[in-house]
Each structure stands twice: as structure tokens, then as C-alpha cells.
Design a binder for this molecule. Structure first.
Ligand SMILES: [Zn+2]
Length: 350
């Protein structure tokens, strides 16, 4: 990454979201509460940090609305600079570090489990949800104070649907009347799981799946071989993070084992093995989508190799790959993991 490139410049595709946010910055009318929705790994977080960087940048003209003063005495710059410079101290500090948190005091990230219980003044870790303690400690405690460095206060909420009902309710009042130069950016891949009151108080910005070519570029830039990058890009369904995880050699052993186990169970037509895999899927819901993606990728590679050899099984393998993809889609639509896996295996056995 270029050290002094603004984060916003790294956002790929997403023309609609980009236009909305650039216009807001140009006009100096950045909304006080955005809800960025779309699949994981398509740029929501990058756009959120990019927007925060633009609001905090020391070199930028600043919001026309806030620079204008009470009587609008100070005119907006003739050529409004929409982008962050990417190079000033504020821009550097607005970019998230390895631990997912920026060091800029006016940019605060909320996320389930990002802080220790001690930091939030609670006894137990946030295993279930983003707690009201986090909203109190990070948002409400600062609400009355102006930004440390004067420009803006920005709160980014990762996986906003994980807020507990009490956390969401505690945030509502602040979302409605956030105070001067305060902005919220809520991120969610499952906006249906948000309280309707949260949705209605935020301005929706949609992020779509990335084109396969963009995903391919992301993988190539990380040194993934062209062949593998092509296969994985096709299977990642427009998500850079899914693609990176599918192409990651560190997780490939466990996934390879899963692929073999599923294909063997399908070939054996042994109902007990099918049921055992279904049971395991229920226990390991969190990783299932990744495994299914690996399954689809693995089967697609086997099908291609078989076709190249003139092997008659190529077609059957390709069909299994499509069953794996269908299962993945069903799971995305909140399908029951166990039933999804069993149905997929039965189709594969036919
Ligand atoms: Zn800057």
C-alpha cells in the first residue's frame, strides 16, 4: 500500500456508494448517521475509514457547513477538496492498525469483543453481543465533549447487528441528536437483524458484490497464482475477504480434509456418514460457509483437471460443485446448517 494514499482511493468498484459519499463531502453535508450495508469483504469498512479520514484530515478544507460559522462568514473553498490528503498526521492516525483500531482520538471503533472487559468496566467478555457497556464507555461518555482535535468525532460500528437490544436502544438517542460534528457509520452484512428504529435513523448506503475481476486483482496483488486466483475469484461471490480466506494456505489443510470427507461420504451413499457431517455442520456453523466455499473451489478444480484428462467424471464433478454453491447460497439466506448439508450430500450422492 502507498503510505500516503488516501484510504478512499483504495475503494474498488462501488460506484453508487462512492458517489453518495463524495457528494456529501463536496457539499459539506455529511450525514450524521450512515448505515453501510452489503456482503462482507466488498469495501464497507474501507469506505467508512476513508470517510472518517476525510472528516479528520488536517489538510482538507473541512466541512463547509462547520467552517462557515454562525453567519456563514467564512466562504467555502472555491474548489472544495473532497478527498483526504492521506499524508497528514490525522490521516495517518485515522487508518486502522493491525489490531483493527486507529490511534486518532476522534475516531472510535465499536465492535463486539474488540475491548477487554476491564476497558469496558464489565466482568465478562462480550461473547454474545456488542454490549451496552461499550456504547456507554465509548459513545455516551464522550457525547458531551467536542472533538479532541476540533474537526470531527467519528464512530464506526462494525457488525452493527451484533449490538444487544439495550446497546442499540442506548445508542438511539445519540443517533437522533448526535451533537456538533459527530458522525456515526454503522456497518452490517445483515441489516435485517438491526432494530427498525436504528435503520430508520440512519442513511442507507448500499455496497454490492465486487466484480470477479476486482477480486482477481486483490488476490494477484497478494501473490496468489493466476490459475488459483481465477478459480477462487469465481467462487468468492464478490467478496475479497472470502476470496483471501479461500486462497489462504494456512487454512487449506483443514478445508482439504473437509472436501475429501464430503466427497467420500457422497460417493459412499452411506446415510450415517451424511448425518455425521450434518451434525458437525450444526456444531461448527461459524466456519461452514468457508468450508463450503472451499468445497466448491476444490470440486471445480477437480472437475477441470478431469476435463483436461478427458475423464468422463468431469461432468458429475461439475454438478457436485454446483450443489455446493447452491448450499452456500441457501446458508447465506439463513438456511439451517444441518439440513442444508444433508440436502447437499444427498443430491451429491445421486
Ligand atoms: Zn490529511
Amino acid at each position: 500500500m502507498e503510505p500516503d494514499q488516501p484510504l478512499f482511493a483504495r475503494l474498488r468498484a462501488q460506484p453508487t456508494a462512492r458517489r453518495i459519499l463524495e457528494r456529501a463531502l463536496e457539499s459539506g453535508r455529511v450525514h450524521h448517521a450512515y448505515l453501510f450495508i452489503g456482503p462482507d469483504g466488498v469495501g464497507k469498512e474501507l469506505a467508512a475509514f476513508g470517510l472518517a479520514q476525510a472528516l479528520l484530515c488536517e489538510a482538507r478544507g473541512g466541512d463547509a457547513a462547520t467552517q462557515g460559522g454562525l453567519f456563514g462568514a467564512a466562504p467555502a473553498p472555491a474548489t472544495p477538496q473532497t478527498a483526504a490528503c492521506g499524508a497528514c498526521s490525522a490521516c495517518m492516525r485515522a487508518a486502522p492498525r493491525e489490531d483493527g483500531r486507529p490511534v486518532h482520538p476522534d475516531l472510535v471503533v465499536l465492535e463486539r469483543g474488540l475491548y477487554t472487559p476491564q476497558q469496558l468496566g464489565r466482568r465478562t467478555p462480550e461473547t454474545q453481543d456488542l454490549s451496552i457497556d461499550q456504547v456507554r464507555t465509548l459513545v455516551l461518555a464522550r457525547a458531551a465533549f467536542p472533538p479532541h482535535e476540533g474537526r470531527a468525532k467519528v464512530f464506526i460500528v462494525r457488525r452493527a447487528e451484533e449490538m444487544s437490544a439495550s446497546a442499540a436502544n442506548a445508542l438511539l438517542k445519540t443517533l437522533e441528536e448526535p451533537g456538533d460534528r459527530t458522525h456515526f457509520i454503522l456497518l452490517s452484512a445483515q441489516p435485517d437483524a438491526l432494530l427498525p428504529t436504528i435503520r430508520s435513523r440512519t442513511l442507507l448506503v448500499r455496497f454490492g458484490p465486487l466484480p470477479d475481476e476486482v477480486v482477481f486483482d486483490v488476490l494477484s496483488a497478494r501473490g496468489v497464482t493466476e490459475d488459483r486466483a481465477r478459480t477462487v475469484a469465481r467462487l468468492a461471490r464478490g467478496s475479497a475477504s472470502v476470496a483471501i480466506s479461500l486462497a489462504d494456505p494456512d487454512t487449506s489443510d483443514a478445508r482439504e480434509a473437509f472436501v475429501s470427507r464430503v466427497l467420500e461420504a457422497a460417493a459412499s451413499r452411506d446415510l450415517r456418514r451424511v448425518i455425521a457431517i450434518g451434525e458437525d455442520a450444526k456444531k461448527d456453523k461459524g466456519n461452514l460457509a468457508g468450508y463450503l466455499g472451499a468445497l466448491a473451489a476444490g470440486v471445480a478444480e477437480r472437475a477441470r483437471d478431469a476435463a483436461a484428462r478427458g475423464d468422463a467424471r468431469a461432468e458429475a464433478l461439475a454438478l457436485r460443485g454446483s450443489h455446493a454453491l447452491a448450499a452456500l447460497e441457501h446458508l447465506d439466506g439463513n438456511g439451517n446448517p444441518q439440513l442444508t448439508m444433508e440436502a447437499m450430500l444427498l443430491r451429491m450422492s445421486m
